[in-house]
Design a protein around this ligand. Structure first.
Ligand code: SF4
Length: 190
């Protein structure tokens, strides 16, 4: 039997593999097109995502949608969006290494089943995890990379800022993120 993304999502909905299960309203598995050529990987659900059960539905998500539409001409329903951890960390704290490790198999299955051409990692946590590096996002961004050892896939990984950082930071980072999205658009057309 071939495993489907829906079946994996149904299984993940009951996951208690790390302590984040205790504080969540629901697991935020991911959303979008299961055959997408472009996948985004963020950090973890915030309050609104936890409430709605969908990733990137707050202010960060709206900004991401706008930048992707303007620089790539794509709408959310054509992409797939997921996070490194699927349950909301309390008070929106950073996910801990043991939580990221516990949740990693869900993300691995998502990447393997979707098999995107390009993965845009949003911020430090997803960039470090998928590229198997300790280098921070400011140094990583601006280039394309082959996937780290995490998963066997031919996807190109393009790291960029988390949209929450753009909301905090402003002009220069937004311009850099826009150029990363253009880089992703070109990689998708190859
Ligand atoms: S964060 Fe991931 S590993 Fe932890 S309980 Fe939620 S789905 Fe399971």
């Amino acid at each position: 039997m071939t495993l489907t993304l829906g079946a994996v999502a149904a299984e993940a909905a009951g996951c208690t593999n790390c302590g984040l299960a205790q504080g969540r309203t629901q697991v935020v598995f991911g959303m979008g097109n299961p055959d997408a050529d472009l996948m985004f990987v963020g950090e973890g659900p915030g309050a609104e995502e936890d409430k709605q059960g969908l990733p990137f539905v707050g202010r960060s998500g709206k900004l991401l949608d706008r930048l992707v539409a303007e620089e790539m001409g794509l709408t959310r329903d054509l992409c797939y969006i997921a996070n490194v951890v699927k349950c909301r960390p309390p008070d929106n704290r950073d996910p801990k290494p043991d939580e990221i490790a516990a949740c990693r198999p869900w993300l691995e299955q998502q990447v393997e089943l979707i098999a995107p051409k390009v993965i845009i990692t949003l911020g430090n946590f997803s960039s470090k995890l998928l590229l198997d590096t300790t280098t921070g996002i400011t140094k990583l961004r601006g280039q394309s990379y082959p996937m780290g050892d995490m998963i066997t896939t031919s996807a190109v990984v393009i790291p960029t800022y988390h949209p929450a950082a753009i909301l905090r930071g402003g002009g220069l980072q937004e311009a850099q993120m826009r150029s990363d999205l253009v880089r992703a658009r070109i990689a998708m057309s190859r």
